[in-house]
Ligand binder design. Structure first.
Ligand code: PLP
Length: 468
């Protein structure tokens, strides 16, 4: 069958281009199955491509696709089993396939899209059921934790100060409460919502690096006595720095007693509630929750979910009437309870992944990551040349090289982190914790094996010895 006459035709049939792309994807998937011995530097061909200006004339699509594959191969890809930096994602294959299909139809979830809209609702309920949030909740798929947190805090602001979305804060004094190790997306959200980041009260941490609920209660009460409105408390279920979990039940008590909105940022950690519900007890009492499927549910970016107990709360913050979006047929369009307008069908990849693999396979993969974190912790703790920050709560295990005779451990571990990236056998980043430099691996990849974990320690020891 030939393509109809139309603009924007490729120099080869589109089916052939797709076949070629499928070959490239298959090669990439195979290369992710095992670690690779190094991260290649930028090749001459890629450097030459970087020097080209806006192409006015077409290139052969096969050649352009091969260049694309080269560029991707010379990029740091999180799906590789030895990518341990930050909080990665693993590009679960069925998610890639879902993205291809979703982008092919290019459904827009800004407004009612028939089946896709219903599937998004179902995927929201499945996400809630997986982590143990009340099934009668509502929510939406977002581009990730940052947009989920901003959306939830917009709802919290309107809940605490009805009308503030229109009138602004009008000089009212306000505060949002969080732990000292909250993710910066909360600070950013507070700034964008006009609350101001100097009104973010960072509550000190207890020994397990969780927010101290008594100090939280005291801070809210003091503020209220001084005429400051408590807009929200943000508890973190899995901090980005160490994987600590705030004491959620106690924080929920503080919030309920005072009628303050509780948001739980579980962008990283909440999928683990499916296998360790005891660690997260109380999160289900939150008015809103963020969880990212592109972190510990293994899907390709961008795929976050914001959940709320009552859809009205999101609608109170976002609903609007415009001539181009009349409400004759639909009480609420998706844009009436989401922050974004044009919104791709992100829900499809979680929906398809849960259908194709089943929830139990995800629980097992999360358990495996928790075991890997434990294995790393036990391995470094048993060696004289390493130390661990402490027992991992989830799957982040800060550790550092402490060889005999090295005076400045911070400088040594920073150099070690840089040297490991230059070496390329493992990909790891450093983090500053209480002013000290640690290597900070995070296990959220279903491809990682115990061999990868043990080799991480061996490679860090080998490179560290050389530096020491
Ligand atoms: C706890 C937490 N919240 C929010 C975010 C931001 O999520 P995103 O990068 O998906 O916007 C992160 C990212 O690592 C996170 O760890």
């Amino acid at each position: 069958m030939t393509e109809p006459d139309r603009p924007l035709r490729l120099d080869a049939p589109r089916e052939e281009a797709l076949e070629h792309a499928v070959k490239l994807v298959t090669e990439a998937w195979r290369s992710f199955d095992r670690f690779r011995p190094e991260e290649p530097p930028l090749g001459e061909r890629v450097r030459a491509l970087l020097r080209t200006s806006l192409p006015q004339e077409p290139s052969a699509v096969h050649e352009a696709l091969d260049d694309t594959a080269r560029i991707l191969d010379q990029s740091i890809a999180q799906p590789r089993p030895r990518y341990f930096a930050f909080i990665g994602s693993s590009g679960l294959e069925i998610g890639t396939i879902a993205d291809l299909l979703a982008h092919t139809y290019d459904v827009n979830l800004a407004v009612d899209s028939r089946a896709a809209t219903e599937i998004e609702r179902q995927a929201v309920r499945w996400a809630a059921e997986f982590i143990g949030y009340p099934a009668d909740c509502a929510g939406a798929f977002t581009s990730g934790g940052t947009v989920s947190n901003t959306s939830a805090l917009a709802a919290a602001r309107e809940f605490a100060l009805p009308g503030s979305r229109h009138e602004g804060l009008g000089g009212k004094r306000v505060a949002v409460y969080c732990s000292q190790e909250v993710h910066y997306s909360i600070t950013r959200a507070i700034e964008m919502l006009g609350i101001g980041s100097s009104n973010l009260r960072a509550i000190p941490l207890g020994e397990d690096r969780g927010m101290l609920p008594d100090l939280l209660a005291a801070a809210i009460d003091e503020d209220r006595a001084a005429g400051v409105n408590a807009v929200a408390v943000v508890a973190t279920a899995g901090t980005t720095l160490t994987g600590a979990i705030d004491p959620l039940d106690a924080i929920a008590d503080v919030c309920e007693e005072r009628g303050v909105w509780l948001h739980v940022d579980g962008a990283y950690g909440l999928p683990a509630a499916a296998v360790r519900p005891d660690l997260f007890r109380g999160f289900e009492r939150a008015r809103s929750v963020s969880v990212d499927a592109h972190k510990w549910l293994y899907l390709p970016k961008a795929c976050g979910v914001v959940l709320v107990r009552r859809q009205e709360d999101l609608a109170a913050a976002f609903a609007h009437e415009e001539g181009y979006l009349p409400h004759q047929r639909h009480e609420l369009h998706a844009v009436d309870f989401t922050f974004e307008y044009s919104r791709p069908f992100r829900a499809l990849k979680l929906w398809l992944a849960l259908r194709a693999h089943g929830a139990q396979a995800f629980r097992e993969a999360i358990e495996r990551n928790l075991r890997e974190a434990r294995l790393l912790y036990e391995t470094v703790s048993a060696r004289p040349d390493f130390e661990a920050l402490g027992e991992p709560r989830l799957s982040i295990v800060p550790f550092r090289h402490v060889p005999e005779g090295v005076g400045d451990l911070n400088a040594h571990n920073q150099r070690l982190g840089d040297a490991l990236q230059a070496d390329g056998r493992v990909w790891i980043a450093t983090a500053l914790i209480d002013g000290d430099v640690w290597l900070r691996p995070c296990f959220v990849n279903f491809r990682t094996t115990e061999e990868d974990v043990l080799d991480l320690v061996e490679i860090a020891a080998e490179v560290g010895e050389r530096l020491a």
